[in-house]
Write a protein that binds this ligand. Structure first.
Ligand SMILES: C[S@@+](CC[C@H](N)C(=O)[O-])C[C@H]1O[C@@H](n2cnc3c(N)ncnc32)[C@H](O)[C@@H]1O
Length: 206
């Protein structure tokens, strides 16, 4: 399997052109997230892709640090921010493990369409929990591959072998909730987006 960075660098131009599959669902998640935001909030988004969501949320908070493992995704995102004249989003290349981030420095962390792509989801939960201020929220949207029909799951290793799919964790909704509560989060909001994805807003004790 090719490395995650190489895979996503190659995917970046196509990802930038791709349409959102469930526009109504996307809008619902944006609106729910913005219900939580406050104008003075500092937000971290990891796995931000080409920055679409961070740029939409930008007017609702003080600052967003949006990060991604792929330099090509970040380059496209920076171009979009510049074209839109948005100055309160900083795009940085790097993973959560690589980036030197201050503990307890964010009011919200966003991890959208990313947790199922990570090999160490438990480690990521610990890291996210540590980066949030007391009372802060973690907003995630995750493909729950364990809930996907078996015939789709059988195709994944083949697609990975030929470089058409990245690493994919076979998480269920229950796995995710367990991993989040294990590090100390409590569930604030949950929405099952169709059969294959779950949107969760969880809170750190404050
Ligand atoms: C499916 S895309 C989602 C992008 C965006 N969050 C969205 O919802 O459109 C997954 C993104 O995660 C990034 N990614 C994959 N593994 C990563 C990691 N370990 N750390 C940070 N970003 C990662 C990829 O480069 C890609 O941009």
């Amino acid at each position: 399997m090719i490395s995650s960075q190489k895979f996503w660098d190659k995917m970046a131009p196509r990802y930038a052109r791709s349409k959102i599959r469930d526009e109504a669902g996307y809008q619902k998640k944006l609106a729910k997230t913005q219900e939580y935001f406050r104008p003075d909030w500092r937000v971290l988004e990891f796995g931000c892709g080409t920055g679409t969501t961070a740029l939409i949320h930008a007017p609702h908070v003080a600052h967003i640090l949006a990060t991604d493992v792929s330099g090509n995704m970040i380059e496209i995102a920076r171009g979009k921010a510049q074209a839109a004249g948005i100055e309160n989003v900083r795009f940085e290349r790097g993973t959560l493990e690589e980036l030197p981030l201050e503990p307890e420095s964010f009011d919200a962390v966003l991890g959208l369409n990313i947790l199922h792509l990570l090999e160490d989801v438990d480690g990521t939960m610990e890291r996210v929990h540590g980066l949030l201020k007391p009372g802060g929220i973690f907003v995630s949207s995750t493909a729950v591959m364990a809930d996907v029909p078996w015939y789709w799951r059988m195709l994944i290793p083949v697609a990975q072998l030929v470089g058409l799919a990245p690493y994919l964790a076979k998480l269920s909704r229950e796995d995710l909730v367990m991993k989040m509560t294990h590090v100390g989060f409590t569930i604030d909001h949950e929405w099952k987006q169709g059969a294959m994805a779950v949107f969760l807003v969880v809170r750190k004790a404050g």
